[in-house]
Design a protein around this ligand. Sequence first.
Ligand SMILES: [Zn+2]
Length: 452
Amino acid sequence: MRKIIVLVIVIAVLVPVGLVLARSATPFLDLPAQVTSIGQATPVTLHVHDKSGVRKASASIEQNGAHFPAWELPQPTKNADSTWSFVVGIKSTPQLRDGPAKLIFEVTSNDLRGKTARLEHDVTVVTQPPTVSVDSEQHYLYLGMADLATFSVTGNWSAAGVRVGDQTFRAWPMPGGKPGLFALYAFAWNMPAETIPRVFAANGAGNDVTSPLTVIFPKKEQPKYTVHDLQVSDGFMQKVVGELDPNGSGDPVTRFVRINNEMRKANNKTLADLRLKTADKFLFSQPFARQSHSQAEATFADVRNYIYQGKKIDQQVHLGYDLAVTQHVGVEASNDGRVVYAAPLGIYGNCIVVDHGYGLQTIYGHLSHIDVHEGDMVKRGQVMGQSGMTGMAGGDHIHFAMQLDGVQIDPKEWWDSHWIKDHVARRVDLPGFTEEVATSSAPAVHKRTKRR
Ligand SMILES: [Zn+2]
């Protein structure tokens, strides 16, 4: 009789515990951002999923057999999903030395069983930030134009380049196996004049260093962007809306303005993303060529007021040249390169993008027909298709534009062999631009006196 009672009590106690055990979970840990090195104070973000919440969580660093606590969760949580951000590194753990280490996370579930999960992560401790040394040149900056900086980075680094405001231009090893790095960078058409481009190097451990370029911003010689009124006829509006928003509804003005803003932005993002499809060498050895016999109907960074029935409905900046010849003229590659885009692209209509290496790319829009494919190598002057008026174009022309690491720039300097020599070939090896090849058949569009 007594035995049975004991048994019943045991069962009564065990059953609920068993139920809890069956539902107990192991915490799931992950790091939303990769951590590969640890520096002075490296930010770390830990995400944990556990339906019972988290009772204990900690981070520690193990190096050469020694174990250093680095972070601890202050109090338990019932939340199923938690994300914690904290810093680890030499500042709080001065015992760390340069070299490999392990970053270890341990998280205990907030239920009766309290299962613990562990995540180990190989890292490199980097006690010293990289150092940057920048060329001693005076860099002349012009709105919408490009330039080139050379520099060297020593120590442990994972990314380097030139930062101008919030824009980043990648560093590349000097061509021809020479020591050091270089970056082509742009001073965008809308960059505040007082912005100082800086060379940066980062090691992924929060130890970023920067060094400013020596710059001259000749105020009087800056390009002046002109404002134009563009009359939007009913015919043009219907053409654009019918072609680019065929299934849309609502009044044509709203649809036109939406295309001109949202679609333009999306198309420009697609163009900018092509920066990643670039060669790590110069693919050209001559100045860029302007479409033969063409008239420029619009130039770089023209401000356009869109006027419909006497009312301004929109304003945009035109980041290219509108080059007109005759209808269905052969669209010529501006220079040697590789086709990285050949397809319709919203407001740009049928569009081709050619990569010329190191993030420098040319863009051709509004074609009636495309005769090249992505991946094709093209030669300077090679016909790649026929001009037209696809996309947001009211008449047959080629929208010609240029971008550097995804930032649209004024192509005119690249039509000028003297400019390329002064800004590029003087600083890095660029085949074809030796002292002898100083003249060009390309028209000199723009002359400045104090230019370098
Ligand atoms: Zn255009």
